[in-house]
Design a binder for this molecule. Structure first.
Ligand code: ZN
Length: 354
């Protein structure tokens, strides 16, 4: 479409030989993740990050730079993760790291943040994907659902679902909103999107942000700020309070950027502590990705290697809520005769025990 005037092979050579940001005929600017020396990483689609205008908002208590996209969502730090306005806050105080169960009923706990999917099920609608991208999408669904408690189902009449459509970008790229968001959530995929990118975007859909944003990342990697494109610097911010996919830092996480992501000069933007580049991201979840997802989305049917209590037993097995305890996403508590499960920024009511 936008590259009509360029033979694909020529584009490919140009990208590989010059590492250039490719200017397309519709004036959008994109890095081609598949063909440049920025392998196997997602890039923002249909977004000219050179022109992005950033404003400061608070995401789960952290000051972040966000840019307003054409569709009304905000790009988190200029990345492929998209947020709705009410998932962001205007002050750091709006975020409560230790919400009390039941607060969601009074609306007190809704200032910013993201929500996990209920019943471990992500409903989706596919809107106009090519058969090759659809096949990569199916592989990506299978990677998550065969290894974790999460399943992806085509929507029938559910009110919470994501719409998966083409971004129109001629690249292996994608963008995705974070977590469950009524009918508004979406994933947009480039026309050459492959499973390595799509599995990552599905991670955003489940509510995860990028691994290199962990506050402890400097113990494990070196961020080479001098090699990062100026408009992509914010993507390497550190979050003190967001929930990450992995329990401990994992360079193999599907949510981790590659060594050359957003390089401005062909030099690495991320290395390990010894200065070596990281293993190239594969189209599969790491073992910590799997563990983390099964903690955030515990099985309640008693299956799996580490089964959570069955839902009918939760009134007996959930421990009583303690205000001084730090809870993790996926934990169950009993509070005034009701069972709640911890979401990213709130508690979800599960059932009454009376
Ligand atoms: Zn991403």
């Amino acid at each position: 479409m936008k590259n009509k005037t360029f033979p694909t092979r020529l584009m490919l050579l140009m990208a590989v030989s010059t590492l250039a940001v490719i200017s397309c005929s519709d004036d959008t600017t994109e890095l081609d993740a598949e063909t440049s020396l920025v392998p196997q990483t997602e890039v923002p689609a249909n977004q000219d990050i050179q022109d992005a205008e950033f404003i400061t908002k608070y995401f789960m208590g952290d000051a972040v730079q966000v840019s307003l996209e054409d569709d009304g969502t905000y790009s988190l730090a200029g990345s492929d993760a998209r947020l709705f306005e009410d998932q962001l806050a205007n002050s750091p105080d709006a975020y409560n790291p230790n919400p009390v169960p039941g607060e969601e009923l009074s609306g007190l706990a809704l200032a910013g943040g993201i929500r996990k999917w209920t019943n471990n099920t992500v409903y989706y609608v596919i809107n106009g994907l090519s058969s090759s991208v659809k096949s990569e999408l199916q592989k990506s669904f299978d990677e998550w659902s065969s290894k974790t408690n999460v399943v992806f189902k085509e929507r029938t009449n559910q009110s919470n679902y994501v719409t998966i459509s083409s971004s129109g970008s001629n690249s292996n790229s994608g963008v995705a909103t974070l977590g469950m968001y009524n009918s508004g959530g979406y994933i947009q995929l480039g026309t050459r999107a492959t499973a390595v990118v799509i599995i990552h975007e599905l991670g955003h859909t489940l509510g995860y942000i990028h691994e290199q944003n962990r506050s402890d990342r400097d113990n494990h990697i070196i961020i080479k700020t001098e090699n990062i494109q100026s408009n992509a610097q914010d993507q390497f911010y550190k979050s003190t309070s967001a929930t990450f996919l992995t329990g401990s830092f994992d360079v193999n996480s599907i949510m981790m950027y590659g060594s050359y992501t957003f390089s401005k000069n062909g030099q690495p933007t991320i290395t390990d502590r010894s200065g070596n580049t990281l293993p190239q991201r594969q189209a599969r979840l790491s073992s910590l990705d799997i563990q983390g997802t099964n903690a955030a989305y515990p099985s309640t049917d008693g299956g799996g290697d580490n089964p959570a209590p069955k839902e009918e037993d939760l009134c007996d097995t959930a421990s009583t809520y303690a205000s001084n305890k730090a809870y993790s996403v996926g934990d169950y508590v009993l509070y005034y005769g009701r069972v709640y499960q911890r979401d990213y920024t709130r508690w979800n009511y599960i059932k009454s025990c009376n």
